[in-house]
Write a protein that binds this ligand. Structure first.
Ligand SMILES: Cc1cc2nc3c(=O)[nH]c(=O)nc-3n(C[C@H](O)[C@H](O)[C@H](O)COP(=O)(O)OP(=O)(O)OC[C@H]3O[C@@H](n4cnc5c(N)ncnc54)[C@H](O)[C@@H]3O)c2cc1C
Length: 437
């Protein structure tokens, strides 16, 4: 979010920049003018979404495009259940756009504050072994390329580019609209409860395979996993949503409020963290409810944190998790934030963390005022030993040399970048690091 005075900073406060220009193009034509004008001035240019990436992927020191005014529905293909929406549309606005057509997005991540373009560009994902990340729901896109031209990518035009453009790291151009393959609206039944961690680990594969959407949180220094098992049900299922007050108490007051207190105490009295984590694990979640899919998938995140997340081949998830447990044991300082474990199906997006392999995700967090460096470095070593690929929007230390070995289509992506942006108008320091200059 750009503040008055022109300072932009990301949600986790890991990145900040004062761009030379901030522009708010309300139309596709205006985006094209911005790109052409930046080229004439010799300035790099980038679009940002909600600034929810923890890495510097969205940092734009030249011209920063805020696309909040480029938001809403363009068209609907009722026959194929596809909607074309403008790239700046925030995820939380999409359900209302889809509701009149009885449609929904197939799967979502933990929150819905991101823009659709930002979410797909870094490979944002939820959980579910039979479902891909959000970029796999994209069947078409329109891009403003470095020369200010429009590039259409869909079934008919340039279809071979879709696996690159749908998860393009912001490196290929400015997305102005995307087409989402939707599914009929559906209800999700959620069951959330604390369970012995060892029981969950003992049947890890089955737990993920048996549910539509399974995930668990582990509170470090405890033997408790908070499991979430979501089941997809038809849209006409009679729902039992959480009453608003209960949702507020559970998500905001208990989830975020208790956790804020834990994090604050953790800074002044770290020795108390293990006991508080045990308490958190008890009060945080033992509930069952059902509601429209988007209301169940997305939750509120009121406590600011920093995050690193790695995708490992799903068959190595258990070993990678045990490696992480050893890191926590040996770390020396208590960890106040839960670890999140999810899965996704293999997909074909060239730069997807799940490209060509079913994946298990392990995400580690630290309170934003705590220094994550040593903890994240130790976890990263474990994940790399298991062939882990880092989430593009979350903190990591890898560079083009190491990432090339992890992505079979890495060189194809770089070649496409060379073709679409030979002068690197969409570059920034993060992209130089992860893709090469
Ligand atoms: C509280 C929180 C919860 C999160 N939960 C999850 C989760 O459950 N799963 C998960 O996978 N990730 C999660 N993330 C990470 C987040 O989804 C990604 O970092 C996502 O990219 C952020 O979207 P954004 O709109 O904020 O994009 P930004 O961070 O603003 O930008 C991301 C990238 O998209 C590019 N971009 C934005 N708009 C355009 C455009 N129009 N054209 C071309 N490029 C564009 C930017 O240049 C940049 O490269 C979470 C992050 C936070 C802070």
């Amino acid at each position: 979010m750009t503040r008055p005075g022109g300072l932009w900073q990301n949600w986790s406060r890991t990145e900040r920049v004062r761009p030379q220009r901030v522009e708010y193009p309300p139309t596709v034509a205006a985006v094209r003018r911005s790109v052409a004008a930046a080229a004439a001035r010799g300035l790099p240019i980038k679009a940002v979404g909600a600034g929810h990436s923890f890495t510097g992927i969205a940092v734009s020191p030249g011209v920063l495009l805020e696309l909040d005014d480029l938001s809403g529905l363009v068209s609907v293909d009722r026959e194929r259940s596809r909607v074309r929406i403008l790239a700046g549309t925030r995820l939380h606005r999409i359900p209302a756009l889809l509701a009149p057509y009885g449609l929904a997005m197939e799967n979502l991540g933990d929150i819905d504050r991101q823009s659709i373009a930002g979410a797909i560009s870094t490979g944002t994902h939820g959980t579910g072994s039979r479902f891909g990340g959000i970029a796999t729901q994209i069947v078409g896109a329109t891009l403003v390329t470095a020369d200010g031209d429009l590039l259409t990518v869909d079934d008919e035009e340039n279809p071979e580019l879709l696996p690159a453009v749908a998860l393009g790291l912001g490196a290929l151009g400015i997305l102005v609209d995307v087409t989402i393959q939707c599914v009929p609206a559906f209800v999700v039944q959620a069951v959330e409860r604390p369970e012995p961690l060892d029981d969950v680990l003992a049947h890890l594969e089955r737990r993920f395979a048996d549910a539509d959407h399974f995930e668990f949180y582990w509170f470090p220094h405890t033997d408790v996993a908070l499991t979430k098992t979501n089941t997809r049900l038809p849209a006409d299922t009679v729902t039992a949503p959480q009453p608003l007050l209960a949702r507020w108490v559970d998500d905001i007051l208990v989830g975020n409020g208790v956790h804020q207190a834990v994090c604050s105490v953790g800074r002044t009295a770290p020795a108390a963290v293990p006991a508080i984590n045990r308490l958190s694990a008890k009060v945080w979640g033992d509930r069952s409810f059902s509601d429209a899919s988007h209301r169940v998938f997305a939750t509120a995140r009121g406590v600011r944190f920093r995050e690193m997340e790695y995708a490992v081949p799903v068959e190595r998830l258990g070993d990678a998790f045990r490696g992480l447990q050893r890191v926590v044991e040996e770390h020396g300082r208590p960890i106040e934030f839960p670890v999140e474990v999810r899965t996704a199906a293999a997909d074909d997006r060239w730069m997807s963390t799940a490209y060509g392999r079913a994946s298990g995700y392990i995400a580690v967090h630290r309170y934003w005022r705590a220094d994550p460096t040593a903890y994240f470095a130790a976890v990263e070593e474990v994940m790399r030993a298991h062939g882990g690929r880092p989430h593009w929007g979350k903190m990591h230390t890898q560079d083009a040399a190491s990432l090339r070995a992890l992505y079979p289509r890495f060189d194809d992506f770089v070649a496409l970048r060379d073709r679409l942006d030979p002068q690197r108008r969409f570059r920034n320091a993060y992209l130089d690091r992860v893709l090469g200059g």
